[in-house]
Write a protein that binds this ligand. Structure first.
Ligand code: PLP
Length: 385
């Protein structure tokens, strides 16, 4: 293929290929157990697959409405109301998206203007900063406080100013497995009250929270709801990350702006899958036990590596567990993650990649959304290092 010989100025040169693609490829090349990227390796509900099949055969195969099919938006409104006690209007305040990733990108694109500042907490999920910068915004990174990865609200107060357009939060948190508390949400409310600051809340792991904790959604805080876009993922909740389906909630005036961009970004999302989710969401048992389901996996994984040389604090949410390896080697996390994949056959994600500048805390992230068999095999290897 002839190369393009014209002038091309990269838009976001500081970001390489996403680490998830890099580590999953490396895992594949070396036949390693892949605990790097966040996706389950167990089967999807047959009932859900049957529903998709049913709607495909029924002829629901053409473009859905731009905002999503009404049945699904209504089912979401009902679910949200039953859990969080707040009613979003399906017509004006809910939009179906091609995964949470698209929702996040669309929110940032519709809200962030060149020169706007967006506050992010590091280590940070890797799609936010590129989306901010593609849109001409400036990421303002605030490190989470170690070892519990909590938000330093005094630091936030110091960084907030007239150019702050948005604060992005994520609870339960990827990559650290930490969760925000009621006090955190009250601090956020206090800092943003009376300002033009918008909040983007990534809650894709809303149901994956452990040890009796309550998910502190934006949707529990009326003061925050009015300024927030809240993003969810069916992929994470129903173990179907490959279907790339999610949704965004926002008050009508913000949702209007969201749809301005959404219509030209994807226009509409997969039709038969939307019908299937509309049915599936109506049965609470399809999502209510997910926290317990994953807590068992976390507990099994941690029990099996208890006598290893890795050190850890159990994750309080998400399906990620951080392991510190400082007692094993002085290698950088990127080097150790690579060696762990190639020599030992277990792939993970080095946490330093979730920071904008090099850090060296000697921490790796492992995904435990896996079968018992996968976790047992991986734990046996990790325990012998
Ligand atoms: C915090 C966070 N937000 C968003 C996403 C993307 O979700 P989706 O697959 O629905 O695009 C992920 C996926 O790993 C995630 O961990």
């Amino acid at each position: 293929m002839p190369r393009f010989e014209g002038k091309y100025i990269p838009k976001i040169p500081r970001f390489g290929t996403t680490i998830f693609a890099v580590m999953s490829r490396l895992a594949g090349q070396h036949g390693a157990i892949n605990l790097s990227q966040g996706f389950p390796d167990f089967p999807v509900s047959n009932e859900l697959i049957d529903r998709v099949n049913h709607y495909m055969k029924k002829g629901c195969n053409q473009y859905a409405p731009m905002q999503g099919i009404p049945e699904l938006r209504r089912a979401i409104a009902d679910k949200v109301e039953s859990i969080y006690g707040v009613r979003y209007n399906p017509e004006e305040e809910i939009n179906i998206t091609a995964g949470a990733t698209q929702a996040l990108y669309t929110v940032i694109s519709c809200a962030v203007h060149p020169g706007d500042e967006v506050i992010l907490f590091t280590p940070v999920y890797d799609s936010y900063a590129p989306a901010v910068e593609i849109n001409g915004g400036i990421s303002i990174d605030i490190p989470l406080k170690r070892p519990d990865y909590s938000i330093d609200w005094d630091a936030v107060r110091k960084k907030v100013g007239p150019r702050t357009r948005m604060i992005i939060i994520n609870t339960p948190h990827n990559p650290t497995g930490s969760t925000l508390s009621q006090e955190d949400m009250e601090q956020l409310d206090d800092i943003t009250r009376g300002t033009d600051i918008l909040v983007l809340s990534d809650e894709v792991y809303e149901h994956i929270i452990f040890d009796g904790k309550v998910h502190q959604s934006i949707l529990r805080y009326s003061g925050l709801i009015q300024r927030s876009f809240v993003v969810f993922s069916f992929g994470k909740t129903f173990h179907v990350t490959g279907w790339k389906m999610g949704y965004c909630l926002a008050p009508a005036n913000l949702m209007k702006e969201f749809r301005q961009v959404h219509q030209f970004m994807v226009y509409a999302c997969n039709t038969p899958i939307q019908y299937a989710f509309a049915d599936f969401l109506k049965q609470k048992e399809n999502y209510e036990g997910i926290g317990d389901f994953y807590q068992k996996k976390r507990d099994l994984f941690l029990k099996l590596i208890k006598n290893s040389r890795f050190r850890f604090k159990p994750a309080s949410g998400s399906y990620f567990q951080l392991l510190e390896y400082g007692d094993i080697t002085r290698e950088k996390d990127t080097q150790f993650a690579e060696r762990l994949t190639k020599e030992y056959g277990v792939a993970s994600i080095p946490v330093s990649v979730f920071y904008p500048r090099p850090v060296d805390f000697k921490v790796l992230r492992f995904c435990f959304a896996k079968t018992e068999e996968t976790l047992e095999k991986a734990a046996a290897i990790l325990s012998n290092i």
